[in-house]
Design a binder for this molecule. Structure first.
Ligand SMILES: *[C@@H]1O[C@H](CO)[C@@H](O)[C@H](O)[C@H]1NC(C)=O
Ligand SMILES: *[C@@H]1O[C@H](CO)[C@@H](O)[C@H](O)[C@H]1NC(C)=O
Ligand SMILES: *[C@@H]1O[C@H](CO)[C@@H](O)[C@H](O)[C@H]1NC(C)=O
Ligand SMILES: *[C@@H]1O[C@H](CO)[C@@H](O)[C@H](O)[C@H]1NC(C)=O
Ligand SMILES: *[C@@H]1O[C@H](CO)[C@@H](O)[C@H](O)[C@H]1NC(C)=O
Length: 811
């Protein structure tokens, strides 16, 4: 077939050959010039191969192409600059970067209405070339003298500031170079967050929102540091450092610069979609960017991060949640991390005129929130009721809060923070949010139904189900969830049932990557106390959700938390689990949160916990019908019952959440955590990814501290590396939590450390199965001395953590 050309193919082929014969660029040159444009799959590669320029798509699912610069020598595509940030190209084959006759460098799209999508805006009239340098700088220069630069991308940063670039202000023109965050992870268009040198002329750097509201400042430059960032140390103080860093206040310009002396070090500085500035360094052997510095430290300190009518939740993902009665304005953008547009009402408020305000709007009380700062005080209100009336009386009033004084908010509520899980005391209060009356009608008459539900759940009768279904059909109201229906061993609840069970979600037990958990009680059931998980961001349809939930429901093991029921109604998805009185392992290991009078976990308990988790995972991986990869093993997901027996939680949820899970996990952890390297390198995930996370967790069980800790001097201490080297030195006992005063079985400690080290091997194949781990911990198989994984070697060497700001001159 391939050997014969049909008549139709021949002209095409000739055309192709002719095209090939036309003057075209050599593969991977570093310049564009007149008559040598760049198009389609062609790329510019800088002379020593550091950077590449060409067309790329920010996400596989994206229809849009952009012309950008990325690292050419690292294994993860990382864009550092984009030309056409908000004018994407639909087809790179019909687009080209070229030098126009007037010497301007332009990006053209033949198919676009106005073909010039982007240009440098510099028309010298002379003969010019575009040149990609090994610094990642794209310059437009005189063709006969490329040192004569007419325009450079280093003066027009995107979200990334590369070593060698200057971030500052031209005092003559008043022009400042700014870094603008991407709008979303898949959308390079300029977002609302930007970093710039104070345009007012002081020496401080500012992060601002939408060109105004400043929400973070570095403080003024003192000569060797910024007042607000004590960890920043001037290069001038440490001339021998590997990194140059400093601030220059000259006659014509003032700027901040940084540079790297060692070319092998790959670092970048960016304003992230999260509104935070981040300094990252590439660690090839780990296959990932390691975050070593970011500001502001608290995600919720970023101004208007969640847009209107949403609450920010610290240390959770997604960081933003719509308030009750509201939904995402742009759900797709929301999923891509762009929350700027906030949320909109499910039910519009009634048209209201100042004169005849209808009093039937309701107010939903949201406790434990950091109140937005833009409140207006009302002097005349002497009670909470007066305050409510004051709000009702004003059309645009959307919320009030009464704390002895009355405060009203108008328009879209921004900067609300839900502090119920973090317990950040300062500025917390209760806010009452105005909702349409119909949002409240569902409450108050559920109690009897719940009781009926539970009784029926205990004795399922097909007849009853049939009768109930017909009752539902007879009722005109569209009640979707099959109340009282039992699927397999699972109870199906309506959302109203859930509200009643949890007393309207009043007692929050915690949060996590998939959503918040609330305490509840089922009257008259065998298991009375329950934990209700309100899933966030489930994109699955009803049917698929039920199928997945049924699968999870069939999984029963003494070391796995039991799913009792679920609710799936409209877009709401909830899961009902047995309640574990001793909470999660992190509380007991790291002493975060209230430690309910139990002191430090003894070594025996720890060993049993390690074994319990291993048995639970072994069951998930090997012993149940469909193998389940947990994907999110960490202390927060290990629950403990009243006898401190392990119940692994949240299994099966990764699948429920769909393929965005890896983004959720990586953005959440940011740095080295429990994630196996394959999560970051993008290769297929197997059960061995859980084994890796288990190994990391096991190190924490031994040490009683987080694996990654920042020392006061800013350097990073990575415990698994320490443990691995002590293991080789035969000194494992010193790795055990100091709080145990050496009260631990040396044989078990050694076994645990060896197993942990085997579990975190770089190659999946080298890691044991969970079944083998169980046998090893039980002492049934002998554990040989593990090799030290490459990753632990790299992360154990402090030289790999950039010393920019640590104040330590390099040796
Ligand atoms: C090339 O341009 C640079 C910068 O404008 C200038 O300093 C240099 O003298 C020029 N070289 C020649 C050979 O013209
Ligand atoms: C800059 O000056 C303007 C006007 O004087 C002022 O409103 C603004 O707050 C100043 N910005 C900073 C960061 O001081
Ligand atoms: C951002 O600022 C522009 C004007 O500078 C304004 O029109 C726009 O409404 C602002 N965006 C938001 C979300 O407030
Ligand atoms: C920085 O210095 C300017 C005066 O040069 C002063 O007005 C400003 O308050 C200082 N900013 C901080 C954060 O100290
Ligand atoms: C009441 O709330 C306002 C606004 O958040 C705050 O400024 C004020 O200090 C609070 N008053 C008391 C007594 O807590």
């Amino acid at each position: 077939m391939a050997t014969r050309f049909s008549a139709a193919v021949l002209p095409l082929l000739l055309g192709f050959l002719l095209l090939q014969g036309a003057p075209s660029r050599a593969a991977d040159a570093d310049t564009v010039a007149v008559g040598r444009p760049l198009s389609g799959r062609q790329r510019l590669v800088s002379r020593r191969g550091k950077f590449a320029l060409g067309f790329f798509q920010p996400a596989e699912s994206s229809q849009n192409w952009y012309l950008g610069i990325w690292y050419n020598q690292i294994s993860k595509h990382t864009t550092v600059w984009v030309a056409n940030r908000d004018t994407p190209v639909s087809d790179p084959a019909s687009s080209q970067l070229s030098i126009s006759s007037d010497g301007n460098m332009v990006l053209l799209d033949d198919r676009a209405k106005s073909p010039v999508l982007w240009s440098t805006g510099v028309a010298s009239g002379g003969s010019t070339v575009g040149l990609l340098l090994d610094t990642g700088n794209l310059v437009l220069a005189d063709a006969s003298n490329t040192s004569a630069v007419l325009w450079q991308s280093f003066d027009h940063f995107g979200d990334t500031w590369l070593p060698g670039g200057k971030l500052g202000r031209n005092k003559r023109t008043g022009e400042v170079t700014r870094l603008f965050a991407w709008k979303g992870y898949d959308d390079p268009a300029p977002g609302v967050f930007a970093l710039e040198l104070d345009p007012n002329g002081t020496s401080q750097y500012l992060l601002n929102w939408n060109g105004s509201m400043e929400y973070w400042t570095s403080g003024n430059w003192t000569g060797d540091g910024f007042t607000g960032v004590p960890e920043l140390t001037a290069y001038s103080k440490y001339p021998n450092s590997k990194y140059k860093f400093g601030y220059v206040d000259g006659v014509d310009e003032s700027y901040f610069f940084y540079d790297v002396k060692d070319e092998a070090v790959v670092t970048r500085f960016l304003v992230d979609v999260t509104g935070q500035i981040k300094f990252l360094t590439w660690v090839e052997s780990a296959g990932q960017w390691i975050l070593f510095w970011s500001q502001p430290k608290a995600q919720c300190d970023v101004y208007a991060l969640c847009g209107a009518f949403a609450a920010c939740v610290e240390n959770e993902l997604p960081s933003c949640r719509c308030l009750r009665g509201f939904r995402e304005r742009r759900p797709l953008a929301w999923l891509q991390g762009d929350h700027a547009e906030g949320c909109v009402r499910d039910t519009a408020l009634q048209q209201c005129t100042m004169r005849e305000a209808k009093n039937d709007d309701g107010f939903y009380a949201m406790p434990d929130v950091r109140l937005p700062s833009d409140a207006r005080g009302v002097v005349s209100a002497a009670s909470a009721r007066d305050c409510e009336l004051a709000c009702i009386g004003e059309c645009s009033c959307t919320a009030y809060s009464y704390n002895g004084s009355c405060w009203l908010w108008h328009g879209g509520l921004i900067n609300l923070q839900d502090t119920s899980s973090t317990g950040t005391g300062g500025g917390s209060g209760t806010i009452l949010i105005r909702l349409a009356a119909s949002e409240f009608t569902s409450q108050g008459r559920t109690k009897t139904l719940i009781i009926a539900l539970v009784i029926v759940a205990a004795a399922v009768a097909a007849v009853t189900v049939a009768i109930l279904v017909s009752v539902f059909v007879l009722r005109r109201r569209r009640v979707k969830a099959q109340r009282r229906v039992v699927e397999g061993s699972l109870m199906a609840f309506t959302y109203r049932d859930m509200q009643s069970v949890t007393n309207n979600f009043s007692d929050k037990l915690g949060g996590g990557s998939f959503g918040s958990v609330f305490k509840g009680s089922l009257p008259d059931a065998a298991v009375t106390l329950v934990a209700v998980k309100k899933l966030e961001g489930v994109r699955q349809g009803e049917k698929q959700f039920r199928a997945e939930v049924s699968t999870i429901g069939t999984i029963q093991h003494v070391n796995l938390i039991r799913l009792l029921g679920f609710c799936s109604e409209g877009t709401r998805r909830l899961l009902v689990y047995e309640h574990m009185p001793n909470g999660s392992l992190d509380r007991h290991l790291f002493g975060s949160g209230p430690s309910p009078g139990h002191g430090v976990l003894s070594w025996e308990t720890r060993y049993q916990i390690a074994l319990g988790i291993a048995r639970g995972l072994d069951y998930l991986h090997d012993k149940c019908r469909d193998c389940i990869i947990h994907c999110d093993i960490k202390p927060e997901n290990i629950l403990l019952d009243d006898a401190f027996a392990v119940k692994v939680a949240d299994f099966g949820l990764a699948k429920l959440m769909g393929r965005d899970i890896s983004r959720v996990l990586t953005t959440m952890r940011g740095t080295v955590g429990y994630l196996a390297p394959e999560w970051i390198t993008g290769t297929a995930i197997t059960a061995k990814a859980d084994v890796f996370s288990y190994g990391m967790l096991l190190f924490e069980i031994v040490s009683g501290r987080r694996n990654v800790e920042q020392r006061p001097d800013g350097t990073v201490d990575f415990f698994p590396s320490t443990a691995a080297s002590r293991l080789l030195d035969g000194d494992v006992k010193s790795t055990v939590d100091r709080r145990l005063d050496g009260d631990a079985d040396s044989g078990e400690v050694e076994r645990a450390c060896k197993v942990a080290c085997w579990c975190v091997q770089d190659e999946e194949g080298a890691r044991p199965s969970m079944g083998t781990v169980v046998q090893a911990l039980e002492g049934l198989v002998e554990v040989s001395m593990p090799p030290v994984p490459r990753m632990l070697k790299v992360l154990g060497d402090p030289a790999n953590y950039v010393k920019f700001f640590s104040g330590l001159p390099s040796t």
